[in-house]
Design a protein around this ligand. Sequence first.
Ligand code: NAI
Ligand code: MG
Length: 335
Amino acid sequence: QKMKLCVISGDGIGREVVPQAVRVLHRLLPALQTVTADAGWDTFRQQGTALPAATLAAARDCGAVLFGAVSSPAYPVVGYRSPIVQLRRELGCHANVRPTLSLPGSGAAEGIDLLIVRENTEDLYVGEEQSDGDTATAIKRITRAASRRVAETAFRLAQDGGRRRVTIVHKANIMPLTDGLFRDAARDVAAAYPQIAVDELLVDTAALKLAQAPQGFDVLLAPNLYGDILSDLAAAFGGGLGVAASLNLGSEAAIAEPVHGSAPDIAGRGIANPVAALLSLALLLRHWWAQPALAASLEQAVRRTLADGIATPDLGGDASTAAFCDAVLVRLDLD
Ligand code: NAI
Ligand code: MG
């Protein structure tokens, strides 16, 4: 089966980091076929939609997607819908995976290597709110099916990544039916992975422990809202937006997505940090293409580049996006 990647640069620095990251990926996978596709604000202005049907078709056909970043209007625009939210939904990416690593030269604390696996489709994010003006209510929907599905992803990723422990995050003392269901479904799935330890934490305690000692965590499995908040908290330890990577994972497709936006303040100068995009591709290699050795060599090359003091300006260096990727290519360990 041919490996194909749908490349969506998007807007702003997406157009700078994505082509450079793909250049590095081609060295690791010389036979990789790439298909470029449009999405974002410029696309909306030119084509009247931020996610053209042709882009969706290309993404489905490839299965693997690299999504750079898009700009969103700061004011309501008729007909505009966020293309990344739509793409995750259309491709059935039910889990959001966000690692935090201690990278040299990034200002990150030492010894952190954690993975947050967040349910990506339900919880309070179903968007069902009601108000009579004085009382407002939102639906928090948790299903056994979605909870089991994301738990299976978390345990499989833990196993594939040689990790030892999964911590289930919930607030079942206050919400025994919803968060209790999430917890119980995750515990059921855990039974099939006897070699991986499982424990659980209330979300507030998890936040406290994460802030005190992020080194103490391995995999955190959380419903949508808690996962959203905890993953940004974890990113604060990892060296910032220039290095924060993510993967949206489903059974039919996976979208590698640097966490950052289009960064209009630095766009067009060729100085955006490509590490977030490179590490997102490493997640795609490990968890979608099942190429752990290639993933590790890419991560190792990024680590060595930073350890050698080469960095873009956001991390205090003076390397351009392209020069950083040149340095990564030199350090790729292809044995
Ligand atoms: P942002 O992530 O684009 O930038 C925040 C700050 O971090 C800026 O100072 C930027 O220069 C810096 N930064 C971000 N990534 C960097 C990188 N790779 N290298 C060096 N510096 C980096 O967030 P902001 O400014 O709030 O949003 C800008 C635009 O991006 C908006 O239109 C927003 O809607 C959109 N956005 C899109 C996202 C996506 O496509 N997934 C996510 C977040 C924001
Ligand atoms: Mg967030």
